[in-house]
Design a protein around this ligand. Structure first.
Ligand SMILES: [Fe+2]
Ligand SMILES: [Fe+2]
Ligand SMILES: [Fe+2]
Ligand SMILES: [Fe+2]
Length: 256
């Protein structure tokens, strides 16, 4: 089965999936050609880290896109990574490693290729309006002029960055810009928490933290050359917009 068959409609997720499948191939070749226990263990450890990062990004995007079965899907992610962690502990020799890789391949394929298909329809409309990544609209307004100014600034920054990334292959530039976005967002989040004060709902601050942690992981991966830069926009737009809609707007519209 070719990894080219994986097409969710979200370029960032597609790139993640492609990377995971290629990684399995690389590990398989290294086992076949020259099995070394230490190298195998470290490859598998890194693969699982990579996979868990992917799950985290995918959950951020799916939540933002309003995926109705996100909870069940996230449970599958947890089960899969736990199962792989357990199995990898019992992999001690060449035969175990070959067996482990067989299970790994089939588990990853059946999740990334089949179970993940349940959210593909979410991205069906994606392709047409690709030029301007995020269009500002009244639906994104919180009613708080200062925070709306911040949000608009973040949207503009993401739109501009996406345009630059579409024309660039410079990952250093991409990382530097993403770090700026991280910094701006961190500043915005703390201003917003301050401004909301008592109105800050449970989970809001935690979601700010989660967004920053997940963005940090993406930056590390971009730095390692993991993504074609034009795909990053497909992550960033979901990263910000859902948070505004789920947490910011309801919080600011509360009058108590
Ligand atoms: Fe996935
Ligand atoms: Fe998934
Ligand atoms: Fe917020
Ligand atoms: Fe906000």
């Amino acid at each position: 089965m070719s990894s080219r068959n994986l097409k969710s409609g979200n370029a960032f997720i597609d790139e993640n999936h492609k990377g995971l499948l290629e990684n399995i191939d690389v590990i398989s070749v290294s086992v076949r050609d020259n099995w070394d226990r230490q190298e195998f263990e470290s490859n598998v450890r890194w693969f699982i880290v990579d996979l868990e990062n992917h799950f985290s990004h995918e959950e951020v995007i799916l939540k933002a896109a309003g995926f109705a079965e996100l909870d069940e899907h996230s449970v599958k992610h947890r089960e899969l990574s736990l199962r792989l962690r357990m199995d990898s502990i019992y992999t001690q020799n060449f035969d175990d490693s070959v067996r482990f890789l067989g299970t790994l391949r089939s588990k990853i394929f059946s999740h990334e290729l089949f179970e993940d298909q349940s959210y593909w329809p979410l991205f069906d409309k994606e392709t047409e309006d690709a030029k301007l990544l995020i269009r500002w609209s009244a639906e994104l307004e919180t009613g708080d002029p200062e925070m709306d100014k911040h949000h608009r600034a973040l949207v503009n920054h993401i739109n501009r960055l996406h345009m630059q990334l579409c024309a660039s292959t410079d990952k250093r530039f991409a990382c530097a810009e993403l770090r700026l976005l991280h910094e701006y967002s961190k500043f915005h989040f703390s201003e917003e928490e301050h401004s909301l004060g008592e109105k800050l709902r449970p989970g809001h601050r935690a979601n700010h933290e989660l967004l920053l942690i997940d963005l940090d992981r993406v930056i590390e991966e971009v730095d390692a050359g993991k993504y074609a830069l034009p795909t990053i926009g497909d992550y960033l737009k979901y990263w910000l917009i859902n948070h505004i809609q789920t947490f910011d707007i309801p919080s600011f519209s509360r009058n108590d």
